[in-house]
Design a protein around this ligand. Structure first.
Ligand code: AHR
Length: 307
């Protein structure tokens, strides 16, 4: 490991490799699994020693993992913060230990941006806007009320907060769009199904489901079908991520549009880690490039999907 980063440097592995400690959110979604694989494969390809920890969707576990990385004196710490707030103390500890921190995928809500070197990931607000733009286009010729239900991601997480914000920014401009129910379902299929069942029994007239990720949308599809309704027709579905199963559901006419969120952040992350290890400057914000895919594009695009 590197003597340049920190206090004499490295974890004692003694083989000259840069050591990266990565504290992952969990394995809550297909997106997350693809993200983990990308990070593991890219680290191996770049010759970076990876210490990987899975926090099982609990902030306290992630904080413990970061503290353990500090203790082991890794060269760089990277993590996807489960929620936005509550990181300043542990990030100060890393800073005091002179270990640079990279935020990947999700940002922290902190007034002090010296606590991390860079943030690499998607623009979640823009994803919310893209989801809403499809809706506006879809209903542009109708004045009737559009009843929307929303499955939010993990409470307090950047993607849940931002995807809601971006979506509302657009839909609030037209009173025909009414969000009649909105609840967290933790980015998982099981919760997506459960919360959608509750939405269906409480609301007679749902036109649109906006799910903050594909796993929740896929769970909700089961609930909709079990209720005797046709997903994609009786209830239009907007989702975010673009995992293979969502593309399959689009080819079956069950999801209308998917806003892409790219989990394959490993190569960009390893580039940043290598730069930091070499003492080179990095940009403070590194954005990933993403598209929007509709049902009619799904069959052609499916073979190209990498996650
Ligand atoms: O932070 C990215 C989000 O986290 C993805 O959209 C979701 O699927 C994942 O669990």
């Amino acid at each position: 490991a590197l003597a340049a980063c920190g206090d004499g440097g490295g974890d004692g592995s003694g083989d000259g490799k840069t050591v990266l400690g990565f504290a992952q959110v969990g394995a809550e979604s297909a997106w997350r699994t693809a993200n983990t694989t990308s990070i593991q494969e890219s680290a191996a390809a770049a010759g970076i020693e990876l210490k990987f920890s899975d926090a099982q969707q609990k902030q306290e576990n992630q904080i413990k993992a970061i503290r353990s990385f500090i203790q082991q004196r890794v060269d760089v710490i990277a993590f996807s913060p489960i929620v936005e707030t509550g990181w300043d103390t542990v990030l100060k500890e890393a800073k005091d230990a002179k270990i640079p921190v990279v935020l990947t995928d999700r940002a922290v809500d902190s007034a002090d941006d010296s606590l991390y070197v860079t943030f690499l990931g998607s623009d979640f607000v823009e994803e919310g806007r893209r989801a809403a733009n499809w809706l506006v286009e879809e209903y542009k010729d109708s004045d009737e009320t559009v009843n929307i239900v929303e499955l939010q991601g993990t409470t307090g997480s950047a993607p849940a907060i931002d995807r809601k914000t971006g979506f509302e920014e657009i839909t609030s401009a037209d009173p025909k769009f009414q969000t009649i129910a909105s609840q967290a379902a933790d980015f998982t299929r099981a919760k997506g199904k459960e919360v959608m069942q509750a939405f269906l029994s409480a609301n007679k007239d749902i036109d649109v489901l906006y799910a903050h990720n594909d796993d929740m949308a896929l769970g909700a599809i089961q609930a909709i079908e079990e209720a005797g309704l046709k997903p994609g027709e009786d209830i239009k579905i907007i989702s975010v991520d673009g995992v293979k199963d969502a593309f399959v559901a689009m080819t079956e006419g069950k999801i209308n549009v998917v806003v892409e969120c790219n989990p394959l952040l490993g190569p960009q992350l390893m580039d940043v880690v290598a730069k930091i290890a070499a003492g080179q400057p990095t940009e403070k914000r590194i954005l990933t490039e993403e598209g929007v895919f509709t049902m009619d594009q799904a069959a052609a695009e499916l073979p190209n999907r990498k996650y």
